[in-house]
Each structure stands twice: as C-alpha cells, then as structure tokens.
Design a protein around this ligand. Structure first.
Ligand code: BJW
Length: 238
C-alpha cells in the first residue's frame, strides 16, 4: 500500500508573534533592543552570566501569560487529523506548539523551560528563574546551570534526525522565519533536493524566498487555518 505523503514544517518566531512574543529581526524585534553578541553566545554567558540569565529569565517569565494562536492550533489539528506523518521542527524556544496540542515537535534551538548543566550536561525541565548561584540537582555544580537554548556557534539539536526527515518528506513548509540563521535557512534546499514540494508562509518574503516552489505571504494566524482546511479536504495537492 502506498504511504501517505509526509509533511515537515519549520517554524520560527513569526508563528508566535500573534501570541504576543517578539520576533528577533523585525522593527521591534529582540535583536533591535539587545545585541545578540551580549546574550546569545557561549562567550557572552562566560563573560556576563548574570546579564544572560536576566535576559532569559524575563522571556521565560512571559510564557505563562501568552497563549497559542490560530496558527499553532491549525498545525496541531493537521497533525491529529492528517493521514500521514506531520513533524514540526521549531526554532522557537517557547512551548506554544505543545500547548496547542502538537506532539511531534523537535526544538532544534532548545527550550526556555529547560535548564542545561554546563558541568555535567544534564538537561531537565525548569520553570522559574535561573541565577548565577543555581545548583545542578544532578551533579551539584553551582553556577553552571544555563537555559537549555542553542546559542550562535553551538550545534542545534537532533540534526541527524532533521536531515533524515528533510530528505524523506514530500512537502516542506517554512512558517514565520526570516531565513537569516543557519542551518535552518538551508532546510528548504535539502528538502527540495530530496524531491519535496516547498512552501513558504510568512508575513513577507524571507531571505530564501527564491528557493521555494510556492509562497503565501500574510499573517500565519490567518493563512494557516485555511491552508490546513485545504490539505484536510484534499483540495491542496503536492
Ligand atoms: C511573521 C509574522 C506573522 C512576523 N505571521 N510571519 C556565516 C555564514 C553562514 C552561517 C554562519 C556564518 N557565521 C556563523 C554562522 C552560523 C550561525 C548563523 O547562522 N549565523 C548567522 C547570523 C549568519 N549559526 C549557528 O551558529 C547555529 N549553529 C551552527 O551553525 O552549528 C554548526 C552546524 C553546521 C552544520 C550543520 C549544523 C550545525 C546556531 C544558531 C543558534 C540561533 N540561536 C537563536 C537564539 C536561540 C535562543 C533564543 O531564543 O534566545 O535562535 S538566534 C534567533 O534566530 C533564534 C531563532 O530561532 C533564530 C531564527 O530567527 P527567526 O525565527 O527566523 O526569527 P526572525 O525574527 O529572524 O524572523 C521572523 C519572521 O517572521 C520574519 O520574516 C517576519 O516577517 C515573520 N513574521 N510576524 C507570519 N504574524
């Protein structure tokens, strides 16, 4: 029996914008208010751990007050209802896909609600603030706990699994990402080489827009519920 076509979805900060979380590179984006070199590199953490912890504590504290939006819910509905494999690869460190009901989510840039011990490598769920005095519950090291997020110069998570999914998928969709950051910015090419149809859904054309076979520009919260309806009713063919 022929398998159902599989779908891989890459999401970025734009999908959470309508929930009230800032993107990185838009006019009011995070990197227009804070220099990424000051907070999102291992070197920044080594030089100014308190500053880095404060930056992430503030963002972690926002999570309980924001809710998944129509775009997150549409993707969860797709995963539950579509008769084939649907995998979300998110660059986001928020938990909005999971709270919308998506189960198959890869957090390639880590998760704000997890801590990572730089001494023993243990990653565990963590709610609340981290400080330069926090103690690792596993190895007892003090001051070595950091947010379990992927900074510039670090290897994103689950890359082998991701490349396998990209090679094998039939449809690759990129949602709410500007295409500035590698390796995610190259996923469209990887999926394309594997024979997948490729679709960009973004507020505006991304840096990599010319690599996509199809584009839909506008707000994810408006476009995705309609797109998922098209897929589930068989109107969308790929
Ligand atoms: C909407 C919307 C709405 C708004 N609806 N859309 C030179 C050349 C090439 C590469 C490199 C280079 N020098 C260094 C590198 C590698 C480096 C890199 O890419 N640097 C670039 C700056 C050039 N990358 C790395 O270091 C990565 N590691 C790595 O490469 O390891 C080696 C390796 C090699 C080979 C294979 C595998 C690995 C690590 C990158 C880590 C990125 N970390 C951050 C921070 C995470 C923690 C945190 O959240 O603080 O990840 S940076 C930040 O950018 C965050 C995001 O996940 C990431 C991507 O941002 P995103 O999601 O695209 O957001 P925006 O703001 O850029 O875009 C939002 C979009 O949404 C916009 O287009 C809007 O229009 C749109 N939008 N509202 C729909 N309602």
């Amino acid at each position: 029996m022929a398998r159902s076509p599989s779908i891989v979805i890459l999401t970025g900060a734009g999908i959470s914008a309508e929930s009230g979380l800032h993107t990185f590179r838009d006019k009011n984006g995070i990197w227009n208010r804070v220099r990424l070199e000051d907070v999102a590199t291992p070197e920044a953490f080594a030089a100014h751990p308190a500053r880095v912890q404060k930056f992430y504590n503030k963002r972690r504290a926002m999570l309980p007050s924001v809710q998944p939006n129509a775009a997150h819910h549409a993707l969860a509905r797709l995963e539950k209802t579509y008769d084939g494999l649907v995998t979300i690869i998110t660059q986001n460190v928020d938990d909005l896909h999971e709270r919308a009901g998506s189960d198959s989510v890869i957090h390639m840039h880590g998760e704000l609600n997890k801590s990572l011990c730089a001494a023993c490598g243990t990653s565990i769920p963590h709610k609340g603030d981290l400080s330069i005095d926090s103690e690792c519950g596993h190895c007892g090291a003090i001051g070595r706990l950091r947010p379990d997020v992927v900074w510039f110069g670090e290897m994103p998570y689950q890359m082998d699994r991701i490349y396998e999914l990209l090679r094998d998928c039939d449809l690759f969709i990129s949602i709410g990402t500007s295409g500035n950051v590698y390796p995610a910015a190259q996923f469209v090419q990887e999926a394309s080489h594997g024979g997948a149809h490729t679709l960009e859904i973004n507020l505006e054309p991304s840096l990599g827009v010319s690599d996509f076979a199809e584009t839909r520009h506008g707000k994810a919260g408006a476009l995705l519920p309609l797109f998922v309806d098209e897929v589930l009713t068989g109107q969308y063919r790929f």
